[in-house]
Design a binder for this molecule. Structure first.
Ligand SMILES: Nc1ncnc2c1ncn2[C@@H]1O[C@H](COP(=O)(O)OP(=O)(O)O)[C@@H](O)[C@H]1O
Ligand SMILES: O=C(O)[C@H](O)C(=O)COP(=O)(O)O
Length: 424
């Protein structure tokens, strides 16, 4: 395997989001869950996205796991490694974007890393170092209420500087407009000033193409799917990749029954769960009962067992910011989050044991818990359901499954029905 591009992603939905973007841009891409035990089973690829569940774990663990993934990618020919973070820069002042960036930049032997979460296709843009979600600054968007990492500062130069051991600079839109050479020169100036990272402005895909050209010859960068697009297009311009990569892994129907799980409390997911009530049975779990010791998993599986033969069901813990805060106040942020993730993962295992082979999961941490519990190790990329969300086909599983791992904020109101229609 001689990779054109290696990526280390800090959550599983973000990994599939990036893998989707790279595939659409012409790179044959595989998503792995952690470092594959046996990469002989992996098909030829131009890019591999190693998905880690490292966004919300202690930063030393995130650094160690990311280093292992980066080394695995380099050993398979990846000259450039991108650390994939959330397009809404999901992190806290403890990290993990800053600590992981510092470590991987050092491993790469680079003095400075270009960083941008811009992803115009989903309305994420960066201007003067400030991240906008649609038309509002990050700290005025629904991300201010995220259960695990509420984003309360839109200025990413400040946000990253609080997490990194190195000073952070800015590559503004005026520099990006001058082209790749100007961006590269600005990076060198900032590095000479002792900066270890530079937030790069980007508003349109054309800005991301400039950034991709500016850094494809370097060894390391940090970004969301938008930067992945820029890097992929720079590689395609150099003749890497293939034209028929998109949706290549649709394959034969997997059959079985289908189900949806939602642990995301993002505004988009709340709307999608509400819309799903018109097309399938929806069970809204009470996390307070779960945390009080009720056997909510068994109740959910009984609900599903009675209905799966007739069609898909949706089981959700998704709740309003107010309800989330109330539960967290009583039980703690991490305790509540982990208990709910574990419960949804156990429900997923029970659903698969009852014949589910097509599974839609809403939420990055939720997807990580579910995929790990199911023991899935790699995915091939199928068609795109919504911006940033592809159909995934398991690789290496005796009975193949189809999954959609939906980033909390992605997809329209009809997402669950649309996904199931595309997963046969
Ligand atoms: N009703 C709830 N109250 C509190 N926390 C919740 C609730 N439902 C889910 N969670 C937790 O919120 C977090 C959602 O994170 P994630 O799955 O990554 O979604 P997103 O993709 O929207 O960020 C998870 O830790 C999940 O367990
Ligand atoms: O928004 C993105 O870049 C990614 O899809 C992502 O990381 C989303 O994370 P989430 O926790 O699933 O919202």
């Amino acid at each position: 395997m001689s990779l054109a591009l290696g990526c280390v992603a800090d959550d599983y939905t973000g990994a599939s989001d990036l893998a989707n973007t790279l595939t659409k841009a012409g790179l044959r891409t595989i998503q792995t869950i952690g470092i594959p035990a046996d990469d002989r089973a992996l098909p030829e690829a131009d890019a591999v996205v190693v998905a880690l569940k490292s966004r919300s774990i202690p930063s030393d663990q995130a650094v160690a796991r990311s280093r292992e993934a980066e080394a695995w990618l380099r050993a398979r020919g990846a000259a450039h490694v991108m650390f994939k973070v959330c397009s809404t820069f999901d992190s806290t002042d403890a990290g993990n974007i800053g600590p992981v960036m510092d470590a991987l930049r050092t491993e790469a032997g680079e003095a400075i890393a270009l960083v941008t979460p811009a992803f115009p296709e989903t309305g994420r843009s960066v201007y003067q170092g400030n991240l906008f979600v649609g038309s509002v600054p990050l700290n005025e968007s629904p991300l201010k209420d995220h259960p695990l990492n509420p984003m309360r500062d839109a200025n990413l130069v400040r946000v990253l500087a609080r997490q990194s051991a190195s000073p952070v600079g800015l590559i503004d839109t005026a520099t990006v407009a001058k082209g790749a050479e100007a961006v590269a020169a600005r990076l060198d100036v900032l590095a000479a000033e002792g900066k270890g990272a530079a937030i790069a402005d980007a508003i349109f895909d054309s800005d991301l193409e400039v950034l991709g050209r500016a850094i494809i010859g370097r060894k390391f960068s940090v970004g969301a799917s938008g930067l992945g697009l820029g890097l992929a297009r720079a590689l395609a311009a150099d003749g890497r990749g293939t034209k028929d990569a998109a949706g290549a892994a649709v394959g034969e129907p997997v059959g079985g029954t289908s189900a949806c799980l939602a642990g995301s409390c993002s505004q988009a997911t709340l709307q999608q769960v509400a819309a799903a009530e018109a097309i399938m049975p929806v069970l809204r779990l009470d996390p307070a009962r779960l945390l009080a010791g009720a056997n909510v998993v068994a109740e959910a599986l009984a609900f599903a067992e009675e209905r799966l033969a007739a069609g898909p069901v949706l089981i959700a813990t998704s709740a309003s910011p107010e309800a989330v805060r109330a539960l967290q106040a009583q039980h703690g942020v991490d305790a509540a989050g982990h208990a709910i993730e574990a419960a949804l993962a156990a429900i997923a295992e029970g659903l698969v044991a009852r014949g589910v082979r097509r599974l839609v999961v809403a939420g990055g941490e939720t997807s990580g818990a579910v995929v790990d519990r199911l023991g899935l190790t790699a995915f091939l990329l199928g068609p795109e359901i919504a911006a940033g969300v592809p159909v995934l086909r398991t690789a290496g599983r005796p009975e193949p499954m189809l999954l959609a791992l939906k980033s909390g904020n992605f997809g329209g109101a009809d997402f669950f029905g649309r996904a199931l229609d595309m997963m046969r």
